[in-house]
Write a protein that binds this ligand. Structure first.
Ligand code: CO
Length: 144
């Protein structure tokens, strides 16, 4: 079973513009600096809420995985949800066994939080792109 909701991924054409919304409209004050993740093709900034985060993602470079999403949603929009799991490899194997499509080569890769993640195709997830992330502090990282 999935654990905590860790974050909701929100694609945006401009993280700076999104900051205005979260700061001025929602009154958020705990927002991280914009950081490049070249291997993932995104800029990222986290809006820290009391119980979870909003992960703002903006395209980085030519082949960003969110370029197509923003072409369809020019103002940005909700892109994925991320749940924590206690064992990323067990979660990956469980998703596959249940017929879901794990994106990429199926190998977990290090995500924006520095822990392994996988993404599961929305066609098998009720239309929602799902990120599963090793829960921070779990002892299983690198055990496989
Ligand atoms: Co994410």
């Amino acid at each position: 079973m999935i654990g905590k909701l860790n974050h909701v991924g929100v694609a945006t054409p401009s993280i700076e513009d999104s900051w205005k919304l979260y700061r001025e409209v929602f009154g958020c004050t705990d927002i991280t600096e914009k950081r490049a993740l070249p291997e993932q093709g995104v800029w990222v900034s986290f809006v820290n809420l009391p119980n979870a985060q909003i992960e703002l993602i903006e395209p980085y470079g030519e082949n960003s995985p969110i370029t197509a999403f923003l072409a369809k949603n020019p103002k940005g929009g909700q892109h994925h949800v991320c749940f924590e799991v206690p064992d990323i490899y067990a979660a990956r194997d469980d998703m596959k066994a249940k017929g879901a499509t794990v994106l990429g080569n199926g190998e977990p890769r290090i995500g924006a939080h520095g822990v392994p993640v996988i993404f599961v195709h929305p066609k098998d997830m009720g239309g929602v792109l799902v990120e599963l992330m090793l829960e921070p502090g779990a002892a299983h990282a690198g055990a496989h």
